[in-house]
Each structure stands twice: as structure tokens, then as C-alpha cells.
Design a protein around this ligand. Structure first.
Ligand code: B1M
Length: 222
């Protein structure tokens, strides 16, 4: 348990690994990279590390940012540290999948640079056997539309972390429908809600990456 708390603290402090000089007082000391490896070696499950160290760490980062205790540069280091941890558990979450159950076109909407949650959703989907076409961050509606044209049976998955970029999800749905595309759409991200999904005409909303997998299965089988 202490090891998970240590990782959580290292995410909050933004200390990636022993080679990283940030923050100064942790320079040369083990960072998220080494501690996640140690946790895996000691038998902690990837899900436990994910929920109780990495995601919980980012939650604290958000709270500190809100209270003006940290600023964007510190948030960036924390995001890098978290991503490093995620990379290490990725092979364990994704596994070796040979049978594809469907395709999901995934992207963070236009104007939004947050991609940790989207990447996590992508990993979980891949782990469940989906082919994931990741359009990245700051994705304009046209890019979703072009990919949906090539994959008319694919599910579209959109992520937004900012209240100001949420509205761009509607722009994507409107654009898909305007172009006669019937791809189903699921959305998620911290400020997104079920009622917002209903309001903009998305077929599904998911609060987290695990639920996103069951929702994707449900939407593609219906
Ligand atoms: Co930003 N940021 N950020 N940020 N950032 C938030 C989102 C914020 C809530 C912080 C705060 O004020 N407490 C706030 C938004 C306020 C608002 O709009 N209401 C905020 C702000 C204001 C900003 C800037 C505007 C700051 C500035 O420049 N002044 C700026 C905007 C840049 C831009 O996008 N245009 C900015 C920048 C950044 C960084 C670049 C520094 C960095 C992102 C790095 C990166 O992603 N590569 C960053 C970070 C790290 C955060 C916080 C701290 C953490 C986000 C995160 O990764 N969480 C965040 C605070 C917070 O969310 N508490 C914050 C962990 C991740 C696993 O969770 O992404 O929620 P999440 O994903 C979850 C679920 O939401 C869901 O599943 C995931 C796993 O369970 N989910 C889906 C997500 N997408 C889904 C899609 C689905 C289904 C489920 O289906 C397709």
C-alpha cells in the first residue's frame, strides 16, 4: 500500500525517473518509472497501480491546480510522470489480442490537448479486442468525418476535459450526420455527463475507461 502512496506522491511531484532532475530535491532518486516497475515485481495488479497510484495522483494534481498551489508547468511534469507509468502497465492491460471485436475511432476534440484519459480508454479497448484508430488530440470534425467514411461500422469515441471544448463534440456529431454518416458515438471526459450526451445526440456516455469498454461492446452489438 505504501508503495502505491509513494507512486501517487511521485506523480503529484512530477518526478519521472532517477535520471530526471525535476524536482530538484528528488534528483537521482527513483521516480514513477522505477517505482511502478517495483510495484509490478512485487505483484501489485496493473489495475491497482492505475487506480490507486496513477489516477489518484492526477486527481490530487487537479485539486492543487484549482487551489493555485501548482501551475501549468508542474501539471505537465505530473502528466509526463503519469504517462511513463501508463506506458509500463500498457502491455499488461492490452495483452495479446488476435480476434478483433470491432473498431473504435478515438480522439480528443478540437481545442483540447488532454490525452491521458483518452489514451487509457484506448488501451482498455485494445485490451478487450477492439482495433483503435487514435486520431490524437485537438482533432477537428473533418478528421473524424474522413476516418468515419473509411470505417462506416466503427464507433466514434470522443474525449474532452475542458468545459469550453465539450461543445466541439456536438460539432463532430452534426458534421457526421450532415455527411450522411451513421457511425454511433460515445463520449467521455471529466466535465462530460450523461445528460450532455443525450442533449448533443451521442448514443453513449461513459464515466471511466472500464465502462467505456462495456459501452462500446453494447453499442456495436445493438
Ligand atoms: Co488541464 N485542466 N489544462 N492540463 N488538467 C484540467 C482538465 C482542469 C479540470 C484542472 C482544474 O482546474 N482543476 C481544468 C479544466 C477546467 C474546466 O474546463 N472546467 C484544466 C485547465 C483549465 C487547463 C488549461 C486551460 C490550463 C491553462 O493553460 N491555463 C490548459 C488547457 C490546454 C488545452 O487543452 N487547450 C490545460 C493543460 C493541461 C496540461 C497540458 C498541463 C495537462 C495535460 C497533459 C496531457 O493530457 N497530455 C493537464 C492536466 C494533466 C490536467 C489534470 C490535472 C489531469 C487530467 C488527467 O489526465 N486526468 C486535470 C484535472 C482533473 O481532471 N482533475 C486538468 C487523469 C485521467 C485518467 O482522467 O482525463 O478524466 P480523465 O479520463 C478519465 C475519464 O474522464 C474517462 O475515462 C478516463 C479514465 O477513467 N474518459 C472517457 C476520458 N475520456 C473518455 C472518453 C470516453 C469514455 C471515457 O469515450 C470515448
Amino acid at each position: 500500500m505504501d508503495l502505491l502512496k509513494d507512486i501517487e506522491t511521485l506523480v503529484v511531484r512530477g518526478h519521472i525517473d532517477a535520471a530526471s532532475n525535476y524536482p530538484k530535491d528528488l534528483s537521482g532518486k527513483p521516480g514513477v518509472r522505477e517505482k511502478v516497475a517495483e510495484a509490478l515485481e512485487k505483484g501489485f495488479s496493473p489495475q491497482d497501480i492505475l487506480l490507486n497510484a496513477l489516477i489518484s495522483g492526477m486527481k490530487i494534481v487537479g485539486e492543487k491546480y484549482e487551489k493555485n498551489e501548482i501551475f501549468v508547468p508542474e501539471m505537465l511534469f505530473s502528466a509526463k510522470a503519469m504517462k511513463n507509468g501508463l506506458q509500463q502497465i500498457r502491455p499488461l492491460l492490452v495483452g495479446d489480442v488476435s480476434i478483433r471485436v470491432g473498431t473504435v475511432i478515438l480522439g480528443t476534440v478540437q481545442g483540447d490537448m488532454h490525452d491521458i484519459g483518452k489514451n487509457l480508454v484506448g488501451m482498455m479497448l485494445e485490451g478487450a479486442g477492439f482495433e483503435v484508430i487514435d486520431l490524437g488530440i485537438n482533432t477537428p470534425p473533418d478528421k473524424f468525418v474522413a476516418m468515419a467514411r473509411q470505417h462506416p461500422d466503427a464507433l466514434i469515441g470522443m474525449s474532452a476535459l475542458l468545459t469550453v471544448t465539450m461543445k466541439n463534440m456536438k460539432a463532430v456529431i452534426d458534421s457526421l450526420r450532415y455527411n450522411g454518416l451513421k457511425n454511433k458515438v460515445m463520449i467521455g471526459g471529466a466535465p462530460v455527463t450523461e445528460s450532455f450526451a443525450n442533449e448533443i445526440g451521442a448514443e453513449g456516455y461513459s464515466i471511466n475507461a472500464n465502462q467505456a469498454v462495456s459501452l462500446a461492446k453494447q453499442l456495436l452489438s445493438a
